[in-house]
Design a protein around this ligand. Structure first.
Ligand code: CAA
Length: 257
């Protein structure tokens, strides 16, 4: 039987999805992306799961869209089959997703990591948008999300020259949240996800949504959305429990209600 192209496990409240096309450095074929999108959707629908880790292998998170597929595609098939649009459905996942990045994180791989909520990287991770070397440009959000993450100067440098950023540079420029020793890339991402999973899921999801809105709305509208989300979170059982637990000097037990 063929190896599955993603490996999914549940560690308590944390769901882990590992891309598994090692020979192609996790190049994101249509089939692999379909598995990633559907695994994330399944974990998101599971009320027992409060945070997700998405990773690859030690050698590569993902080396980009599958170049063989891209070369066989025509503009019409790319337009008709809406595969790149399907990636955007990851944005609808309400459960926070931590990208665990080791090795190459390039092209569509970098775009996929940026679709996640935060990136934990091994110190030897390499981030890049090398599409320009192929005569194309990022097609799954790279020009937009990278620019918002690192600013115009670095985005222009990476996208126009194909220069890769080291993990330390990516940290300095705000693309990644944590950089850890090579051997800790997956454990640290799981640890970050487990920290999130301990919090009240209602507040976590509302906070994720509000932060995402920071890139979509004017400041006043974003602040208004935040205020309403705060009121909504305050109405949850989790807020009753969290506030009470603090006053009673004990750990809260959040139920996600
Ligand atoms: N698609 C398909 N296959 C890929 C791939 C990709 N994106 N990246 C690597 N592979 C394959 C290689 O063809 C090779 O296969 P074979 O063993 O059958 O020859 C295997 O993975 C190992 O790769 P290398 O031998 O090249 O390994 P390396 O260590 O010498 O180099 C690398 C690693 C620098 C990542 C190099 O493989 C590389 O440059 N890959 C392409 C990166 C890239 O251009 N990504 C952008 C893709 S386009 C895109 O993503 C569009 C979009 O925005 C949606």
């Amino acid at each position: 039987m063929a190896e599955p192209n993603v490996l999914v496990e549940r560690n308590g409240r944390v769901g882990v999805v590992l891309m598994n096309r090692p020979k192609q450095l996790n190049a994101l074929s249509a089939e692999l992306m379909e598995s990633v999108v559907s695994s994330l959707g399944e974990l998101d629908a599971d009320p027992g799961i409060r945070a997700i880790v998405l990773g690859g292998s030690e050698r590569a998170f993902a080396a980009g869209a599958d170049i063989a597929e891209l070369s066989a595609a025509t503009p019409v098939t790319l337009y008709e089959n809406r595969r790149l649009e399907r990636w955007e459905s990851i944005r609808a996942v309400r459960t926070p997703i931590v990208a665990a990045v080791s090795g190459f994180c390039l092209g569509g791989g970098c775009e996929l990591a940026m679709l996640c909520d935060l990136i934990v990287a091994s110190e030897d991770a390499k981030f890049g948008q090398p599409e320009i070397n192929l005569g194309v440009l990022p097609g799954a959000g790279g020009t937009q999300r990278l620019t918002r993450a690192v600013g115009k100067a670095i985005a222009m440098d990476m996208i126009l020259t194909g220069r890769m950023l080291s993990a330390r540079e990516a940290l300095a420029h705000g693309l990644v949240a944590r950089v850890v020793a090579r051997e800790a890339w997956l454990d640290e991402a799981k640890r970050a996800a487990a920290e999130i999973a301990e919090k009240g899921p209602v507040a976590v999801r509302l906070a994720k949504e509000a932060i995402d809105q920071a890139f979509e709305t004017p400041l006043a509208a974003g602040v208004e959305l935040e205020r309403r989300s705060f009121f909504l979170a305050r109405a949850s059982d989790d807020a009753e429990e969290g506030l009470k637990a603090f006053l009673e000097k004990r750990k809260p037990d959040f139920t996600g209600r």
